[in-house]
Design a protein around this ligand. Structure first.
Ligand SMILES: CC(=O)SCCNC(=O)CCNC(=O)[C@H](O)C(C)(C)COP(=O)(O)OP(=O)(O)OC[C@H]1O[C@@H](n2cnc3c(N)ncnc32)[C@H](O)[C@@H]1OP(=O)(O)O
Ligand SMILES: O=CC(=O)O
Ligand SMILES: [Mg+2]
Length: 573
């Protein structure tokens, strides 16, 4: 095992060497070191990560404990609601967020492409013609050590215009990938999404001054490495260090991020406010604290994003034991026009524009297939109507999963925005959304949507196939012509869990039981083609653990990461 540890020397790559904060703990890298890994895991970068851990691991831990308490409250029948204690923040009309002011490349975000940070996807995304690229270490990424470090290397090289990639083509010339420009301002603005607060990075161990040893925080590792290596370079090249912040559950978690930013900027000699963050509102508790989240991050906040897939997952997770009236129909039947989903997006746009923040729409999961015009036409139609609704509702931009969808989404936003870079000035004072609208979960089934045998089969099948991909280190996959990632897979497995726990019957009256799902799982696994190296049996075991366990695991990726990714072959460089 190669071990890298922190040093105490000042970072030579940082134009303004850290004057003050000294590190008190140590950070040890235990992952195998592949080619060029030392360019990312420099002693100076590790010092910076150590400082972030010295200051923030204890608070991260406390906030994760708070999440547990809130989950218990909802299970006990206490519904989430807007907080009385923070009413003054909501009632104070005087404050605004920094938005895109002084953040070049964030004024016009009408189409954002998302995707993982392997070299090929990085080049394809940056050549795609989108306004922004969400470089994803989260939902679209399987957090193998290799993906974590090599993703940082790809970003490092892309920002400097040196990234290239070659793909061998059987019986043909290798395919060469290059950036279409080495000038960063000619390319989509990069917004990096680190992993959420709930995740750990097991290839780094942090020991505090008292000798307590824990795995590193995945958020601090991803954020810290990206910022340390690229912040000054991005600014010098006409952009900035921009982040998407995933899976926050409340304003105190936003405050933690803000404090991380302040310390990081001070340490690296960046003017305060250089960092800009767009926060995903993708958990039910966060929907009740959008304004407070903006307020906490106001000097660093560019906007909010409606992360619909994790939001749905969060809704299921919150109410999973509250009985039949909280049961959602088949995943495919819960669309963005379901009243409770519409309430959430309407509130998001209204909140953002009231505070000068961009409202960014979410991901339609339909993806095109270049070999299947019928599939592509259906994807275009679905994406077109989704983006039309978002643009008309006041969103300033949106996400697409695939380069071939950029034109479709752009068309809908161009039709509403014209030459204006955004519509932040369009206030949505007409929106009246309260607790009732956000929690009207039963509305989807009351409107006629149902739980079907096909929906159950699809959840099991998609869940297993996605996990099989994730276990091979591929965190986003096209399955049945839909984009699947960690968030959509969470919905599949948690619906199965909830349906069993709630004694739900499919529309033809057959109860969904553990035995029925076991039988279905066996049938699906038997039918899947076996190829050398595939991980179908492991995927089935993970699915069983997260969909059929007595106690609901809070995230499907946590156990599977420790059990299957860390130290496995797929994890090695
Ligand atoms: C819930 C959420 O958080 S959503 C955000 C997280 N999820 C994501 O980011 C998913 C992003 N999308 C993807 O990863 C991909 O589109 C997939 C996996 C769904 C499908 O990818 P593929 O099977 O490769 O699609 P397909 O074969 O049609 O791709 C055609 C070309 O477009 C490229 N491409 C496809 N999607 C993307 C993308 N998002 N970014 C960059 N390039 C892309 C492919 O690399 C391929 O390039 P090539 O011709 O050089 O080989
Ligand atoms: O991250 C986005 C989501 O929909 O989840
Ligand atoms: Mg998400």
């Amino acid at each position: 095992m190669t071990t890298l540890t922190t040093t105490t020397s000042p970072p030579p790559t940082s134009p303004s060497a850290p004057s003050s904060p000294r590190v008190t703990g140590t950070l040890r890298v235990t992952g195998t070191l592949g080619e060029r890994y030392r360019e990312i895991l420099t002693p100076e970068a590790l010092d910076f990560l150590t400082l972030l851990h010295d200051r923030f691991v204890a608070r991260r831990h406390e906030l994760l404990m708070d999440r547990q308490q809130r989950r218990q409250d909802v299970a006990d029948g206490i519904d989430p609601d807007f907080r009385a204690a923070t009413r003054p923040v909501r009632d104070d009309p005087s404050w605004r967020v920094a938005g895109s002011t002084g953040a070049p490349g964030l004024e016009d975000r009408r189409v954002e492409i998302t995707g993982p940070t392997d070299p090929k996807m990085t080049i394809n995304a940056l050549n795609s013609g989108a306004k922004v690229w969400l470089a994803d270490a989260e939902d679209a990424s399987s957090p193998t050590w290799r993906n974590v470090v090599e993703g940082q290397l790809a970003l490092h090289d892309a920002i400097r215009g040196t990234l290239t990639h070659t793909v061998d083509v059987p019986d043909g010339e290798p395919k060469e990938y290059r950036l279409r420009s080495t000038t960063l301002t000619d390319l989509p603005t990069i917004v990096f999404r680190p992993r959420g607060w709930h995740l750990i990075e097991k290839h780094m161990r942090y020991v505090d001054r008292a000798g307590v040893s824990v795995s590193a925080s995945a958020s601090l590792v991803d954020f810290g490495l990206y910022l340390f290596h690229n912040a000054h370079e991005l600014v010098a090249r006409g952009r900035g260090p921009y982040f998407y912040l995933p899976k926050l559950e409340g304003y105190r978690e936003a405050r933690l991020w803000n404090d991380v930013f302040v310390l990081a900027q001070e340490y690296l000699g960046l003017p305060q406010g250089t960092i800009r963050a767009t926060v995903l509102i993708e958990t039910l508790p966060a929907a009740f604290e959008m304004e407070e989240i903006l307020h906490e991050l106001r000097d660093h906040c560019a906007g909010l994003n409606a992360g619909r897939w994790d939001y749905l997952f969060s809704v299921i997770k919150a109410f999973r034991t509250r009985g039949d009236s909280y049961v959602l129909p088949d995943r495919a039947q819960v669309t963005m026009t379901a009243p409770f989903m519409r309430a959430y997006t309407e509130l998001l746009v209204a909140t953002c524009h009231k505070r000068g923040a961009h409202a960014i729409g979410g991901m339609s999961a339909f993806i095109p297939d270049r070999r299947r015009p019928d599939v592509t036409e259906r994807a275009f139609e679905q994406v077109r109507s989704d983006k039309r609704r978002e643009a008309t509702d006041g969103f300033d931009g949106t996400w697409v999963a695939h380069p071939d969808l950029i034109e479709v989404a752009r068309g809908e936003f161009d039709a509403v925005l014209g030459d204006a870079p955004n519509q932040v000035s369009r206030l949505r004072d007409d929106v009246e959304v309260g607790q009732h609208e956000l929690l009207d979960i039963g509305s989807a089934r009351r409107a006629g949507a149902t739980v079907t045998a096909a929906g159950l089969r699809s959840n099991v099948s998609v869940g297993v196939r996605y996990l099989e991909s994730w276990l091979r280190g591929v965190g986003a996959a096209a399955i049945d012509h839909l984009m699947e990632d960690a968030a959509t897979a969470e919905i599949s497995r948690s619906q199965v869990w909830q349906w069993i726990a709630s004694g739900t019957r499919t529309e033809n009256g057959v109860p969904i039981t553990r035995d029925r799902v076991e039988a279905l799982l066996a049938e699906i696994v038997d039918d899947l083609p076996r190829t050398p190296g595939n991980r179908i049996d492991d995927a089935a075991n993970v699915f069983r653990a997260v969909a059929l366990a007595e106690d609901f695991p809070t995230f499907l990726t946590i156990g599977a990461y420790s059990q299957f990714l860390v130290g496995s072959e797929v994890d090695q460089p």
